[in-house]
Ligand binder design. Structure first.
Ligand code: SF4
Ligand code: SF4
Length: 378
């Protein structure tokens, strides 16, 4: 037990962080990043490649760094994953953008560090998911959890439901121990699957078979990547498996048995936005720019932009089997954005295979239909 580290931990807990752990910056994060990038599994996320050096070496981000503080925010709310009859959102999407709501607490944490460690504002740097810091790898190094076969950081007390932040600090803080198995671990590269045992639930449940191996995620096949990060066309061969998921995917998280330990948290650093999960697919398909701005103001979904959300809604509608959505889709088949038009035509074709072309009457709809047919022919 280390006095200053424990006092720091208590004060950071008091700011709303549910987990506070420390790692030595000397060891580097647990990571299979280099191999993953070399295999091209990051898709179009070029920024991952550009920042790889920094992600693997904290000193490249903050020269002289000695410690990394890992902070976890529990976002489990105990609710069933899907609101009946509604499109499916990743759990974190039902909140205001957590980057924005957690950052003020990180700023306050910086002041605590200055007071407790006698350092200046230039001696630390904090990130919540958006910087060149491998939070998951550092979190595993600090014993906050282990990296599961689903590639997520899994906590023994919160399951898969932690949002992570990291603070790099130019001061020595006694590190916490990483998780170790009582019995000798079977060969697990970078500690992946350390406490998974023989479980393969996440690998088996993935709707798009996005795991070529345990602990290796091919982002190009992942629904989260396709519905959030990909700004272009969603590959046709993945659309059916996307089902009614409109933004992200939690399947490989939801099935994990470690979630049985999760408890609904304080969530003091989160702002719940219930209206998002309550939206029907029809309401989303008919969102105007003004309504979109109103509903998604201050949320992460805003970065997707209305065209991206409409694209995803068209895929969900095409998978719904609900011909009652055809009128809305036909309107979207004439949308100014070619991205929306192409996915709307695809959805009309799914729902009305016999007369889909008759429904697309305007020049723009017909043009979109031709684009889609060309794509089929290619
Ligand atoms: S998020 Fe969904 S699609 Fe992506 S790997 Fe997990 S289960 Fe598969
Ligand atoms: S579902 Fe099973 S294999 Fe996958 S991360 Fe959880 S414990 Fe590990």
């Amino acid at each position: 037990m280390n006095g200053p580290a424990e006092s720091l931990r208590v004060r950071l807990h008091g700011l709303g962080f549910d987990e506070v752990r420390f790692a030595s910056a000397m060891l580097g994060p647990s990571s299979g990043l280099s191999e993953w990038l070399a295999a091209g599994m990051h898709g179009e996320m070029d920024w991952m490649e550009r920042s790889a050096g920094k992600r693997l070496d904290a000193a490249a981000v903050l020269p002289g760094v000695k410690s990394v503080i890992l902070l976890g925010v529990n976002y489990w709310d105990g609710r069933p994953p899907v609101a009946a009859g509604r499109p499916v959102w990743a759990r974190y999407a039902g909140h205001a953008d957590y980057h924005d709501t957690i950052k003020p607490a990180l700023a306050a944490a910086g002041k605590v560090l200055e007071a407790e460690l006698g350092i200046g504002a230039e001696d630390y740097r904090y990130y919540v998911d958006t910087g060149p810091v491998l939070e998951r790898g550092w979190a595993a190094r600090s014993g906050l959890g282990f990296i599961g076969k689903n590639t997520m950081l899994i906590s023994r007390t919160h399951g898969n439901w932690l949002l992570l932040a990291a603070i790099l600090v130019r001061a020595e803080i006694a590190p916490d121990d990483p998780i170790r198995r009582a019995e000798p671990a079977r060969a697990a590269p970078h500690g992946v699957g350390l406490l998974c045992g023989s479980c393969t639930r996440c690998l088996d449940a993935c709707p798009t078979q996005a795991f070529p191996a345990p602990g290796v995620l091919d982002a190009r096949r992942c629904i989260s990547y396709q519905t959030i990060e990909n700004k272009g066309v969603i590959p046709r061969e993945l659309r059916a498996a996307i089902g009614s998921r409109i933004y992200g995917c939690d399947v490989c998280l939801e099935v994990c048995p470690w979630n049985r330990f999760a408890q609904a948290g304080r969530r003091t650093l989160l702002e719940v936005r219930d209206e998002i999960a309550g939206l029907s697919l029809r309401e989303i398909l008919t969102l105007t720019p003004a309504r979109y701005a109103e509903v998604f103001r201050g949320t992460g979904v805003k970065r997707l932009k209305l065209t991206g959300l409409l694209r995803n809604a068209c895929v969900a509608a095409g998978n719904s089997g609900d011909r009652g959505l055809l009128d809305e889709l036909v309107v979207l088949a004439g949308h100014p954005a070619a991205l929306v038009r192409a996915h709307a035509v695809w959805a009309v074709r799914q729902l009305a295979p016999d007369d889909w072309n008759l429904r697309l009457a305007t020049a723009r709809q017909a043009e979109a239909a031709v684009e889609v047919l060309d794509e089929y022919a290619a």
